[in-house]
Design a protein around this ligand. Structure first.
Ligand SMILES: Nc1ncnc2c1ncn2[C@@H]1O[C@H](COP(=O)(O)OP(=O)(O)OP(=O)(O)O)[C@@H](O)[C@H]1O
Ligand SMILES: [Mg+2]
Length: 251
């Protein structure tokens, strides 16, 4: 009898905690949707004057300019406009992910291509990458270029979280109708408070971070009808999980 009671209480507690998680997720995705709209409107509005500033500066640079200082200043204006253009582009990927070229790919191979680019550099920083791929993955239709950007961002975040080195375990498996990809690191972890802010544009805890990496990833995964989830224990490490539907790619 006591056992039955305990079991019932445990089930109830588990259900409540799942309910709370779902509720949190809904609040979070609504918040991101309204933030996305604001960002898209703002990016659009800022883009036009920015193009005019950059264009005028470039035209002035074509003139015979005797004053070196003015020439230098114009060059700085053009450079900074380019930087702003890049930030706006990333913000638009978060709020209005564009439809790219969809191709049928092997997820293991795609991960391997991304990892190859950074593996050597990471090993010099004592970051080891362990691979745990499923055998014969089902083909999946994705925008490979965009997905590679997601992989690179997640790998970079993991390595940033391990300044003294550690391991990143990259695994793939099939989970119901999805392909699941996990990036598990042994880094500093993320506090519960910060986990809620991960996908917000400009949220960063890094001195030189822009806080746009995960906003971009979120937009790309959403465009693929997928999910990006985080689990973390401060001091122990973080797991980033991507779920991609096997049928029913990008919208
Ligand atoms: N694997 C991880 N371990 C610990 N913290 C993480 C991890 N991934 C993300 N974070 C936290 O989330 C924040 C936001 O990540 P995001 O990639 O969006 O921006 P960033 O890495 O700070 O800057 P950048 O625009 O250069 O990517 C990080 O600053 C960091 O605090
Ligand atoms: Mg990042």
């Amino acid at each position: 009898m006591l056992d039955d009671n305990n079991q019932a209480r445990e089930t109830l507690e588990r259900n409540l905690s799942e309910l709370k998680q779902t509720q949190d997720m809904l609040i979070q995705s609504e918040k991101l949707a309204s933030l996305g709209k604001l960002v898209a409107d703002m990016a659009h509005e800022v883009n036009n004057p920015l193009m005019i500033i950059s264009g005028k500066a470039q035209l002035s640079l074509m003139e015979e300019l005797k004053n070196k200082k003015i020439k230098e200043n114009l060059k700085v204006i053009v450079e900074q406009c380019e930087r702003t253009k890049d930030i706006i582009q990333r913000l638009l990927t978060f709020s209005k992910p564009s439809k790219g070229a969809l191709t049928e790919i092997d997820i293991n191979k795609s991960l391997e291509d991304a990892i190859k680019l950074i593996e050597h550099q990471y090993s010099l920083a004592n970051v080891k990458i362990i691979k745990n791929y499923m055998s014969s993955p089902p083909a999946i239709k994705i925008d490979e270029k965009q997905m590679q950007e997601v992989f690179m961002n997640l790998l970079k975040n993991s390595s940033d979280a391990m300044p003294k080195g550690g391991t990143i375990t990259v695994s793939t498996c099939k989970e119901t109708n999805n392909i699941r990809i996990d990036f598990k690191d042994t880094g500093e972890g993320i506090s519960e408070e910060n986990i809620k802010k991960l996908f917000e544009p400009f949220f960063t805890t890094k001195e030189k971070g822009t806080g746009l990496g995960l906003s971009v990833c979120y937009g790309i995964i959403k465009a693929h009808n997928g999910e990006l989830k985080y689990e973390s224990k401060p001091g122990k490490g973080t797991t980033a999980t991507i779920l991609l539907p096997i049928r029913g790619g990008k919208t």
